[in-house]
Write a protein that binds this ligand. Structure first.
Ligand code: COI
Length: 356
């Protein structure tokens, strides 16, 4: 059953002139919230089942001051994108992967989660209701932000008695203020993002609050973001605050293996598959920080970030530079294949895109 048929505000969604593009400056989208028309909400009570969701006007939500998410951080989020094709059709990129990742995270955080089908249907409904906010082809994408939160009241530490699944969207352009120009990273060797046995491998909200201190300090010194090391050996690369990392040496592409402390990025996984299909050798393994010293190229991947070239990395005061001004050859090739696939400009042999 489509969630389109379960909402009182559905007719609002249809009667809005959604085929007309919203009247905003499409040329200068960054990565900031642009409120849109609708959001999707779906609740789950103590029976553990999510009821039918609904589209509502985008706006503030009401929560008990003692909601589990506000008091104990029982929350997860996801990020995925919709693209407008040249012919006006809409493409989602691998939404089932986000649904599955949310289900994995929910298991770790003791939360019930929507089924893959519920998740994907809800994403489709939210995107369609907001389709006038999907940027024209080549100008950006519609960023889709699903949330899962303990919305029921608790006082003692325990799983929340009620959960809310919510999706909102915002048109976005480039994540970093550098645009597609290389970013400059600093390796953080004191603060850590994740610990073995912790929650670094799931997309829980607290992982992101935990990086703000190091990120703010790095930005104050002129860096774009922070690259984290493992907290046991303080030697192996983990990830950047908002994206995964890849290192290229002699045309071999290496990235830290997923082992519970690194977010299993969907763009990370897609880039590995694209790289292999383009004939590259890709290794998922421990990558020591010293390997940055003689790497040919370094780049980051993420839904928000897409593929971002790294211009320099500073580690304990020593700065190593890579590309200047643009992409390195390997990152450029992978970026080009991935984004053309996402925007429907090449044949989707991988079967990753979902057309609306
Ligand atoms: C994404 O890339 O979608 C993320 O969730 C990272 C976020 C910090 C913007």
């Amino acid at each position: 059953a489509s969630p389109w048929t379960c909402s009182a505000t559905l007719s609002d969604a249809y009667s809005t002139k959604v085929d007309e593009l919203a009247d905003i400056d499409w040329e200068n989208l960054g990565f900031g919230l642009q409120p849109t028309d609708y959001m999707y909400t779906m609740k789950c009570g103590q029976d553990g089942n999510f009821s039918k969701g609904e589209l509502r006007r985008f706006g503030n939500i009401e929560l008990s001051p003692s909601a589990g998410v506000l008091n104990y951080g029982q929350g997860l989020f996801e990020g995925l994108k919709a693209y407008r094709k040249d012919d006006g059709k809409i493409l989602l990129f691998r939404p089932e992967e986000n649904a599955l990742r949310m289900r994995m995270g929910a298991e770790r955080m003791c939360m019930p989660a929507p089924t893959v089908e519920q998740f994907v249907e809800a994403v489709k409904a939210t995107v369609l209701a907001n389709r006038r906010w999907i940027p024209p082809n080549g100008k950006g994408s519609l960023y889709i932000r699903p949330l899962l939160m303990g919305s029921g009241a608790v006082l003692g530490l325990a799983p929340s008695p009620e959960y809310t699944f919510l999706i909102y969207v915002s048109p976005v352009g480039n994540y970093f203020k550098e645009g597609v120009a290389p970013i400059h990273l600093v390796v953080e060797h004191e603060l850590h993002r994740a610990t073995p046995g912790g929650t670094g491998g799931v997309k829980t909200i607290g992982n992101y609050a935990a990086v703000l201190k190091a990120q703010s300090a790095a930005k104050a010194k002129g860096f774009s973001d922070v690259l984290y090391l493992d907290c046991v050996h303080k030697k192996y690369l983990e990830e950047v605050s908002s994206c995964n990392i890849f290192v290229v040496k002699d045309n071999v592409i290496s990235t830290p293996a997923i082992k519970g402390t690194i977010l299993p990025g969907i763009t990370r996984k897609s880039i590995i598959d694209v790289a292999r299909s383009e004939g590259f050798q890709v290794e998922e393994r421990l990558v020591a920080v010293e390997e940055l010293l003689d790497a040919d190229e370094v780049f980051c991947t993420g839904t928000a970030v897409v593929v971002s070239p790294v211009g320099s990395i500073t580690y304990r005061g020593r700065r190593v530079t890579y590309v200047e001004g643009g992409f390195g050859v390997v990152a450029q090739q992978l970026y080009s294949v991935l984004t053309r696939l996402q925007m429907g400009l090449i044949d989707d042999k991988m079967n990753w895109t979902v057309e609306l």
